[in-house]
Design a protein around this ligand. Structure first.
Ligand code: 13P
Length: 251
């Protein structure tokens, strides 16, 4: 059975004191069902501290928000998968639309990042999503298929099992406009179909596919009740412990 997952993407928010106080509030109030995993993705700067705090709590994990496609060397300001792993992180988010759009990350570069992360023993939350223009032009299914096939489909069956996919339509991120449960379910079903075509039923049935984009305590339950939606990747609403905890309890 695939896991339900709620992941908090804090993006470039919270100073050190605020981040630690948020993690403290979350871990002192959380009660996680055995079938659910909670993942916190703070800034790199607080990864180690947050992972130490979450260490003893079952089913709570820590993710970096990005990683370098290089191993080490003269890449000022970059952070390697080994550095992330050495901070006790479990996951890394790769291919967020903000990285693709603002930092020009291509499907090919993301493929390199995914492989490096998996080789280091990190799990991957791989993001995909279309723009409003692409949806209006009805090319969104093809776009998502390209993003996934170009970055993930050279992975072996063993490797792909350590990938979680997050479908985040760009038009729903930070806008307050959520995809309807029907729109999200339709895309998640499509993603499962392309996984089935490339791999096999066991893999397509067992990969968790998360929805992201203005997910909040009011819409989470309806989204998560869809057959192919296994949880959420949450931005804005994850910056409040109350809102985030309500979303983790929405299964
Ligand atoms: P919001 O929940 O703020 O729309 O952000 C979603 C997101 O980008 C998570 O990665």
């Amino acid at each position: 059975m695939r896991k339900n997952i709620v992941a908090a993407n804090w993006k470039m928010n919270l100073d050190r004191v605020q981040a630690i106080s948020l993690v403290d509030e979350i871990i002192s109030n959380i009660s996680i069902k055995p079938s659910t995993q909670v993942i916190l993705a703070p800034s790199y700067l607080y990864l180690y501290k947050v992972s130490k705090k979450c260490n003893d709590i079952e089913n709570i994990f820590v993710a970096a928000q990005n990683c370098s496609s290089e191993d080490n060397g003269a890449f000022t300001g970059e952070v390697s998968v080994n550095m992330i792993k050495s901070c006790n992180a479990d996951y890394v988010i790769i291919g967020h639309s903000e990285r693709r759009d603002k930092f020009n990350e291509s499907n090919n570069e993301l493929e390199i990042k995914v492989k490096k992360a998996l080789d280091t023993g990190l799990k991957v939350i791989f993001c995909c999503g279309e723009s409003l223009e692409q949806r209006n032009q009805e090319v969104h299914f093809k776009w998502i298929e390209n993003q996934i096939s170009e970055s993930l489909f050279t992975l072996s069956k063993k490797q792909i099992r350590n990938v979680v996919i997050a479908y985040e339509p760009i038009w729903a991120i930070g806008t307050g406009v959520t995809a309807t449960a029907k729109q999200a379910q339709e895309m998640h079903f499509f993603i499962r179909e392309i996984l089935l075509a490339r791999y096999d039923k066991d893999i397509s049935d067992n990969i968790s596919i998360l929805y992201g984009g203005s997910c909040n305590p009011t819409n989470a339950r309806e989204l998560f009740s869809q057959q192919d939606i296994d949880g959420g990747l949450v931005g804005g609403a994850s910056l409040s412990a109350d809102n985030f905890l309500a979303i983790t309890n929405s299964f």
